[in-house]
Design a protein around this ligand. Structure first.
Ligand SMILES: [Zn+2]
Length: 556
């Protein structure tokens, strides 16, 4: 009698077909389903010729279902009938970045949350690039959130509210899907603070910082901890009342457990009194959330699915998870990265830069010595270079040190195809040419021959760099001369050094940022009609960007 599959086998075939179709976005393939069946059920191998057509039918049905009702329909079926098969979902392959864990078919909602106490710097670019890249590739959303509720230690800077969204768009190549400004959402934080008190897991603590520290170290509860809800609401009112508590007199705490192993998690502070006016909302509010509380509530309100943060913020995750448990919320998936240290950018902090600019040490935020995004962009570092730099480094949890030259090599790839060559002669030294040579001509601007050539016209002489004078040299693409400027050969005749030169030209400067130095080199720049902002490749020097008042070095 002909072999007949039993019900369990038919289910297995159907489920694996659905799974395969789901894994490959509605393009399941019978072949791989057959090998999985044969791999897991040795007893079926002898019935291959009966199994194959059944698999073919089921895969076709699954693919058709995906097409007519969407891939999520398949997911729903599997969820009820064979949930264990869902975990093998293959995600779209992505260069450099690992897959986002537990996406579960959702579109990811990610956030980048700078403190607008200054403009964005190189260090911020990582969070923007990585979050932005995931949002873009997985068709999710990127939230740009201003965490601006600290008016005391890191007060917000008004200009940053304008510059940060522009820099985000420049860097990511698209505008954030949502912009959230925490200081405009204070009512929410107050509501949740009150809910916390009413739920019995928040209390107002009037202990001094010092005495609470002692309670925390000795794992003892402070006297405020067991106050009733009514009493806490009363004290909460006093925190908000200008006639009530003063800054430092009282804080709102999240009730966790004073015996937790990690002292930082023990009844951590959620809100405090600040009386310095906020540059955007002034003195409307008196009680301000601390970052861990504000960020936790906002992530919940915005439906953030994934948080990517430094591993130094693991305690924040732990604190916030305890808060989420109180509220009965599901904490976002969290991914950590280690520190990336770029030595040249190591020593800068936003507040120090702010002071230095005020004191005139730096001209402004885009001073080429600074690691701000405005300085990097002014210096000709391209957004795509920063993107490929960070994506290539990926999300390792290891702390790593990377030389700045790595970023520069990404940038070279980005700028070289469009950077015409140009000559800039430092310490220009005039040399009169004698003899026969082509007095007018064209020189190539780039190895890409589609770029227009440079035309030259020589009356008497050319400029060369002083250190090239007084010896036989070859003027690049022109002729060999002796130490007096006598033309010896049009073709290259020996191995003398090839030097660049300028005929005509005009005085210019090349500014080079080197550590804390800003060196200005004077010279003669070849005549050209390139616009301000064009990146050129200076012969023998490197890439430079044309500015209003001269050249600014990009890198070599
Ligand atoms: Zn207390």
């Amino acid at each position: 009698m002909e072999w007949q599959p039993d019900e369990a086998t038919l289910d297995l075939i159907r489920h694996l077909a659905l799974q395969n179709s789901y894994q490959y976005d509605g393009k399941g393939q019978a072949g791989s389903v057959i090998s999985r069946i044969m791999g897991s059920r040795a007893d079926l191998r002898q019935h291959g010729k009966h199994i194959a057509p059944l698999v073919g039918q089921e895969v076709a049905k699954a693919n058709a279902l995906a097409k007519s009702e969407g891939i999520e329909k398949i997911r729903t079926i599997l969820e009820t009938e064979a949930p264990d098969l869902l975990e093998r979902k293959v995600q779209t392959r992505r260069e450099g970045l690992p897959e986002l864990p537990n996406l579960e078919g959702r579109k990811p909602i990610l956030r980048f949350a700078p403190n607008p106490n200054g403009p964005l710097s190189f260090g911020h670019s990582r969070g923007l690039v990585i979050n932005g890249q995931y949002a873009k590739e997985l068709d999710g959303e990127l939230i740009l959130r201003f965490d601006d509720t600290d008016t005391t230690v890191k007060p917000p800077m008004l200009e940053a509210y304008d510059s940060i969204p522009k820099q985000q768009e420049w860097l990511c190549g698209f505008a954030a899907h949502r912009i959230v400004i925490a200081s405009e959402r204070m009512q929410h934080y107050h509501d949740y603070a009150e809910k916390m008190i009413q739920g019995g897991f928040g209390y107002v603590c009037t202990c001094s910082a010092e005495s609470f520290r002692e309670f925390r170290v000795s794992m003892k509860e402070c006297p405020c901890r067991n106050n009733g809800i009514e009493q806490n609401l009363e004290k909460w009112k006093m925190m908000n009342d200008p006639e009530g508590f003063k800054p430092g007199d009282a804080v709102l705490r999240v009730k966790t457990d004073m015996t937790l192993k990690n002292p930082a998690l023990r009844d951590w502070p959620a809100a405090r009194i600040q009386t310095n006016p906020h540059p955007r909302v002034g003195n409307i509010w008196r009680v301000w959330p601390l970052l861990d509380f504000q960020s936790a509530v906002e992530d919940y309100l915005q439906g953030v699915t994934h948080i990517i943060r430094g591993k130094d913020l693991m305690d924040s995750t732990r604190k916030q998870t305890l808060l989420y448990e109180h509220f009965g919320w599901q904490y976002p998936e969290t991914i950590y990265w280690g520190r990336v240290k770029v030595h040249e950018f190591g020593a800068f902090s936003t507040s120090q830069m702010k002071r230095d600019i005020a004191e005139g040490v730096y001209a402004d935020w885009d001073d080429p010595r600074l690691p701000t995004l405005s300085a990097l962009s002014r210096r000709g570092i391209q957004a795509e270079s920063l993107r490929s730099f960070w994506i290539e480094l990926g999300l390792t949890q290891k702390d790593i040190a990377v030389p700045l030259s790595t970023l520069y090599s990404h940038n070279t790839k980005a700028i070289d195809p469009n950077a015409p060559r140009l000559a800039f002669v430092r310490d220009a030294f005039p040399i009169t040419l004698q003899g026969e040579f082509p007095r007018t001509g064209e020189i190539s601007s780039h190895s890409d021959t589609k770029m227009p050539t440079r035309k030259y016209s020589i009356d008497e002489g050319v400029w060369i760099e002083e250190e090239d004078s007084g010896k036989p040299i070859r003027l690049k693409d022109l002729c060999d001369i002796d130490e007096h400027g006598m033309v010896e050969s049009i073709d290259r005749s020996d191995k003398r050094s090839v030097v660049h030169w300028v005929a005509g030209g005009k005085p210019s400067t090349l500014t080079i940022a080197s550590g804390q130095e800003l060196n200005v080199v004077e010279g003669i720049l070849e005549d050209n009609s390139y616009k301000v902002g064009t990146i050129v490749q200076l012969e023998r020097i490197g890439y430079a960007i044309l500015e209003e008042n001269g050249l600014l070095m990009v890198h070599d």
